[in-house]
Structures are given as C-alpha cells and as structure tokens.
Ligand binder design. Structure first.
Ligand code: FAD
Length: 596
C-alpha cells in the first residue's frame, strides 16, 4: 500500500534546477490532457505544461463521439463525463431555420438518433455520442491525470527544444516568474493546438491552408426553452442574409447547456478587416439569429477565429510527436477535432510506454504517423466538404443571389407555392437535406479508422467495404480494424468486448476450442516481457457470448485467435488453432512490436 504523505514527497523541491521526466506533454487541450491521463494511467512519469492559468475558457468542442467515449470508458472516467454531459437523447433534432423563433426549413435527426441509424450506432459501440463542452471535458481529464500522477504545470509556456540520441531538452517559460527552465525527457508530445510551435519547430510537412474563412464565437445566456425544448438539439442552423459569408456553412446557434447557455458561430469575410464585436454588436447578432428583437441577453464572451484546411503528412520527428489540432486543422463540421485529438493520444501513448519499458523497439513509434496521418487527411477533407455542402441548401432555397432580407424571405417563401418553381424547390431541399447526413450521421468517418502499418500483420484480407464508407461503419476483425463491439458476460455481469482488452495490456481473444492459446500466451508474454492475457469466450469460461453475436462477428473459427492491441485495434489473427500456436504468436508479437 502506498505511504500516505499528503503529496509532500512529490512536491519536494529538487536541488537540480532541471526537471526530469519520461515524457513532456505540451498542451492541456483534449489531445494533451488525454495523453497525460493515459501516460499517468500506465504509470509513465510525465510533465504536462500549458501556457495559460487554466483549461479552455470557451466551450469549443462539444460533440463527443463513440470512439472518444470508448477511450474514456477504458480510462474509467466514462461516468464522470456522462455526469457533466447533455445526454444522447437531447443531441439529435438538428434544425435549419430562418431564426430560432422564425420559419423552420427542416430538421435532420443527427448523431445516430434516427431510429434506423440509432441501430447502427448502438450495435457498433457500448457508448453513445453525447455533448460535453470543452470547458467541462478538459477539467475532468486534467483532474484525473493529476490524480494519477501526471505533474501538471499551468502558466508554463513551451519555448523550444533540442533533441539528442537519448532524449529531448525542453525549454519552458514560467509565466508567473518570467524565468526560463529546462525539462529533460525521453520524449516530447506537442499537443499545442492549431498554431503549434512544436510542429513548426520539427518542421512537419503540411498540406493545405490556414485561415480560409473567418468565424466569430459569441457565448451568451438566455433561457429559450420555449422555442427549442420540443425539438431538442445541439445545433440550430440559421439562414439569414450574411450567413453564407465566411464561417462554417451557415449561422449557428449551438446549445452549451440546455436550454439557457448558448454559443453562436457567425462568419465574416476573412479578406476584410476583422470585425469589432463589442457588446452591442454581439447582442444584435444574438437577437437577429434568435429572431427575438427584445430578448434580454447576457453576453459571456466573444472571440474571432479562422477556419483551416490543413493536415500534416508526417506527425513526428525522432523523439518529438505532435497530436490533435497541431496536425489536423479544420472547421468544427462533423464534430471531429477533439474526438480525433483524443484518439491520436490513445494511439500514441501505449506505443511510447512500450518503448520506454523495453517491450517494443523504437520502430513501433514510426507507426504513429503511418496510422494517424491518413486519419488526419480524412477528417480535414470531410469537415471542409461538409462545411461547403451547406451551399446546396442555399441553392435549393434560391437565396444565393438575394441582395436584401426581403428578397431572401421571398425566395424562402416560394417553397410553399403550389407552382412548378415551388415544387422544384421542395425537391431540391429534400436532396440538400439528405446531403447533410455526411456531416451529422457520418458513422463511417467517426468510427471506421482502419490501420495499415508495421504494427499490424495483414492476412491478405481487404478491409470490409460498406455501402458508403463515410456514412456507414463496417465492423470487422481484419487486422488493422477496430475490435468489433458485442455484449458478453455471465449471469451477473454484462461487459463490452472492449472491456476484455484494457489499455494496460495486449489481449488474445479465443473460444473454447482455442484454449491452447492460453498456455502459448503465458510463455510468450513472459519470455518477451509483454503484458499479455488470454480471454476465452464460451460457456463456463471468463465470459459467455450472451447474445450469440460474437460468434458471428469474430470472422475466425472458435479455435482461432485475435491479437488485440492496447488501443483495441486487431494486430494479428489466426483463423484456426495451428500446430504450434506459441511459435506463431511469438513471431506475430515480435513483428508488431518492432523487435524482429
Ligand atoms: C466552435 C467550435 C466548435 C467545435 N466543436 C467540436 C465538436 O463538437 N467536436 C469536436 O471533436 N471538436 C470540435 N471542435 C474542435 C476542437 O475544439 C479542437 O479540435 C480541439 O480543441 C483540439 O484539441 P487540441 O488538444 O489538439 O488543441 P487545443 O484544444 O487547441 O489545445 C491546445 C493546448 O496547447 C496549449 N498551448 C498552446 N501553445 C502553447 C505553448 N507554446 N506552450 C504551452 N502550452 C501551449 C494551450 O494552452 C492548450 O491547452 C470545435 C471547435 C470550435 C472552434
């Protein structure tokens, strides 16, 4: 049992002015805080530094998808997140309107809340998409990271670093005292956001451009339950004069807390001087988007930000790795930024831990770029496409050329007419609204990340094809795929498949006919010094295939095996029990760990 010392030992000043640690994490956003929490959970010493005195001060990210929730489940903080989140049932009726109190153009059920899509989402994961503003999420991550041993330093700015054969020396500025200090580490993670200095310092190659459109955020308080509670959603899109200028596709009124805290995203022309958004201007925009000219509003903040379309094609250089917006920069469309940042950390940290502990060769670290750079490209492309696809709604309504509010209103009114033009408009709206599924129900983009790298051994099978790779996620055990979801357990417990393969180890999954894998895993795990456990699924074993779903999902015989990585991706599989399971397992593990 650890000695209780009220933290005095950990906080003891050292004689050496340089701090030493295994990993320095720059940034306490979703990427950095998740990385620090994962490192601390695995018992890897880390120092997380962040420039400001606290975590995010605006509720930027909010849609938290199933994969990110799975990471939090794995970390044992799912219930803490759910306690602060707006539940799944309230996130879905995304509305398109001329203002909150004005004409409604239509709705789309989003984030898997349409009954047919809800089935896809529920079958794919033990978790559902929820809404938790970044201002609530980050403190949970940081608190748990610190509780588990991460050393967290606020008001500490990354200035530069120098790499050598054994490690990285990071120069930081203590913004409270103005003093510079060095932190010596084996590795550095730059999770310092879209203007990443770490990414610039290691000269990561980027494709695309920054600041392609201008947006402003206005946060405010006003109870408008009467206008929204019957069509509960996170997102209310507003089509008004100016709402297709800059911004993220249209004007947005976004729920922060139901139904009295809100965030507006409104665009501006980035080619012009940045607008001055004082209190009067902010109130005017709020009242106009809400369609409530006399509403009492409390403005709680304003900020300007640029939309980006840029991704890195390499995510690391030797001992320095970048994660999150540092390597993928895009509009919030599809709600992918924070979610992907969390998953970057989830991919990277177990690899760093394995190398630091001598379980893997440094070659394993190369697979971070191999696996996550294609994800960065995919999400940046998808988010920007989704933002642009709003134009279809403007075109369908015929408002693109409208010069005045009156002209726009007349064009929108025409969809009600019993005329050929009215009918054409209605038909165009059906198509334009359908297209928004690619932003709000893009389950394939959210979950369908398939890895091809040296940390995966292909068995020659191609990844499964779905009807539409952006919209639909196809579960599979093809090496590189994410472990499929099913519920398993026994008379007293219900577990998700992911619960059988925790982040702290490698897991072999087999059936009763494959019990011989157990002995093989014990020998190989011990010999290689790698934490490796076997879970036998079947009646009378650790867990039973309660619903008989797993037998249909596993794609190998009962005697076959899946080797699951700490991040739940399938590293290798064997269709049946071979003559010498030990030799095959040893070869596979050595190869994926970069030791062969
Ligand atoms: C309006 C809006 C809505 C959004 N909605 C969603 C959504 O629904 N879902 C979603 O997934 N994403 C969403 N996003 C995107 C999301 O906010 C970002 O993708 C996410 O914050 C990226 O996380 P990060 O940790 O990489 O970077 P950041 O959150 O930007 O964090 C960077 C960190 O680095 C620190 N830092 C920077 N420079 C230094 C330095 N020199 N030294 C020390 N520390 C430094 C900062 O203090 C900060 O802690 C939205 C964004 C916006 C603007």
């Amino acid at each position: 049992m650890p000695e209780s010392n009220d933290g005095t030992i950990e906080s003891e000043p050292t004689a050496d002015p340089a701090v030493t640690t295994e990993v320095v994490v720059v940034g306490s956003g979703p990427a950095g805080a998740t990385a620090a929490l994962l490192l601390a959970t695995l018992g890897i010493d880390c120092v997380m530094i962040t420039k400001y005195r606290w975590t995010a001060n605006t509720p930027r990210a909010h849609i938290t998808n199933q994969r990110a929730m799975e990471v939090f489940r794995d970390l044992g903080i799912e219930q803490q997140i759910l306690a602060d989140a707006t539940e799944h049932g309230l996130v879905g009726d995304t509305v398109f309107c001329t203002s909150i109190a004005g004409e409604e153009i239509g709705r789309i059920r989003t984030w898997g809340t349409r009954p047919d899509r809800e089935a896809d989402y529920r079958l794919a994961s033990p978790c559902l998409t929820v809404d938790i503003p970044q201002t609530y999420l980050e403190p949970i991550l940081v608190r748990n990271a610190a509780q588990r041993g991460a050393r967290v330093r606020f008001s500490t700015e990354y200035l530069s670093h120098r790499q050598d054969e054994d490690g990285v020396t990071v120069e930081v500025l203590d913004r409270l005292t103005g003093q510079r200090q060095h932190i010596r580490a084996r590795y550095l993670i730059g999770a310092d956001g879209a203007r990443s200095k770490v990414a610039a310092d290691i000269d990561l190659p980027f494709v695309g451009a920054m600041d392609i459109a201008g947006s402003m955020n206005i946060t405010f308080k006003a109870d408008i339950s009467g206008h929204v509670a019957h069509r509960p959603s996170v997102l209310y899109w507003v089509i008004q004069p100016g709402s297709n200028v800059g911004g993220i596709g249209a004007g947005l009124v976004r729920m922060v807390r139901p139904w009295d805290e809100w965030l507006i995203v409104w665009g501006y022309d980035i080619a012009e001087e940045p607008p001055v958004v004082d209190e009067a201007a902010a109130i005017q925009i709020v009242r106009s988007l809400l369609g409530m000219p006399d509403l009492e509003v409390e403005i709680t903040g304003t900020s300007l930000w640029g939309n980006n379309e840029m991704y890195a094609t390499r995510l690391h250089q030797s001992r320095v790795f970048c994660a999150g917006d540092a390597v993928h920069r895009h509009p919030p469309s599809n709600g992918l930024g924070s979610n992907t940042s969390v998953q970057d950390a989830y991919n990277l940290v177990w690899k760093l831990a394995a190398v630091l502990r001598g379980q893997a060769g440094p070659a394993l670290l190369e697979t971070y770029t191999e696996e996550r750079a294609p994800v960065a490209e995919r999400i940046v492309t998808r988010a920007n496409k989704s933002s642009r696809e709003f134009v279809d709604i403007f075109e369908a309504l015929g408002v693109l050329g409208a010069d005045s509010e009156a002209e726009m209103a007349a064009a929108i009114e025409e969809r009600k007419a019993n005329t050929a033009a009215g009918a054409a408009k209605r038909a165009a709206l059906v198509r334009a609204m359908e297209l928004k599924n690619y932003e709000f129900n893009a389950h394939g983009v959210e979950l369908g990340q398939h890895y091809a790298s040296a940390a995966v051994i292909s068995d020659g099978t191609a990844p499964p094809e779905s009807a539409d790779a952006d919209l639909y996620y196809a579960m599979s055990t093809v090496p590189g795929a994410h472990l499929p979801h099913a519920w398993v357990g026994d008379h007293a417990h219900r577990l998700a498949m992911m619960d059988l393969a925790p982040y702290s180890r490698w897991t072999l999954l087999t059936g009763i006919a494959g019990e011989a894998w157990q002995a093989a895993a014990e020998t190989v795990g011990r010999e290689l010094g790698v934490p490796l456990e076997t879970v036998v699924i079947g009646p009378g074993r650790e867990v039973t295939d309660l619903y008989y779903d797993w037998a249909k999902l596993r794609e190998v015989e009962e005697s076959g095996v899946l080797l699951v990585r700490p991040d739940k991706h399938i590293a290798w599989r064997a269709a049946t029990l071979p003559q010498d399971p030990e030799a095959q397992l040893r070869r596979a593990l050595l190869s994926v760990l970069g030791r062969s």
